[in-house]
Design a protein around this ligand. Structure first.
Ligand SMILES: [Zn+2]
Length: 140
């Protein structure tokens, strides 16, 4: 069976991702890595469209806000996101993402944080990307 190669494992970046979330969030946000985001969403009684590599849920009375990301992202999955970002004009950043998956991971969690902080729905994907790029630290 064809198995596409791994682009990144999110747990390896947990410390830096949690620190970037603390810096840019106004509330506690729990970061979870899961094998399957859609299945996780069902478990917490939330619907997601398709099977995304990441999703966000807003805080409720019972639970703080959560960001769930797929624990392992393949090169093919990363490329499908990168191609879209490139198409939206972020080709310089995408070039850095290809050689530096931690930057991709930081942008991914910042994008999800944008949904939480601004209460932007799925129709605001471009705004979330822009918000995330504005908060991405300089090249590392
Ligand atoms: Zn989004």
């Amino acid at each position: 069976m064809y198995q596409s190669s791994t682009y990144c494992r999110l747990e390896e970046f947990r410390d830096i991702l949690e620190s970037i979330l603390r810096r840019h969030s106004s509330q506690p946000v729990v970061l979870v890595t899961v094998p399957d985001v859609a299945r996780w969403a069902v478990e917490v009684n939330m619907g997601v469209y398709g099977n995304p590599i990441a999703t966000a849920i807003l805080a409720t009375d019972e639970m703080p806000a959560h960001i769930a990301v797929r624990s392992e992202i393949s090169k093919d999955e990363a490329e499908s996101v990168l191609g879209l970002l490139e198409w939206c004009g972020y080709s310089e950043e995408v070039r850095l993402f290809r050689s530096n998956p931690v930057r991709f991971a930081m942008h991914l969690v910042l994008h999800e944080l944008a949904h939480i902080e601004n209460e932007w729905g799925q129709a605001r994907e471009h705004d979330c990307d822009k918000w995330a790029f504005e908060r991405l630290p300089g090249a590392i």
